[in-house]
Design a protein around this ligand. Structure first.
Ligand code: SF4
Ligand code: SF4
Length: 66
């Protein structure tokens, strides 16, 4: 999975959910937390990682991007 949420750090602010241009995240109604729903749609733009106030997003870039 290219993007993962660290729930030990996440505060559920929904910034990642709202800002992702590819709708990778969905909201889990019970947890009231975002979940990675369509990880395969992630194009590694890094916006969620940059905007997360708690650095709770782990983003794995493909080797070809380094
Ligand atoms: S932006 Fe970060 S803290 Fe906010 S919901 Fe997403 S993962 Fe959690
Ligand atoms: S890196 Fe970009 S495309 Fe991937 S989940 Fe984050 S905001 Fe969405």
């Amino acid at each position: 999975m290219p993007v993962e949420i660290n729930y030990k750090k996440c505060i559920g602010c929904q910034k990642c959910y709202k800002i992702c241009p590819m709708d990778v995240f969905a909201m889990d109604e019970e947890m009231n937390m975002p979940v990675v729903e369509h990880g395969y749609e992630c194009w590694h733009c890094g916006v969620c990682w940059m905007e997360c106030p708690k650095r709770a997003i782990d983003l794995t870039l493909p080797c070809s991007m380094w």
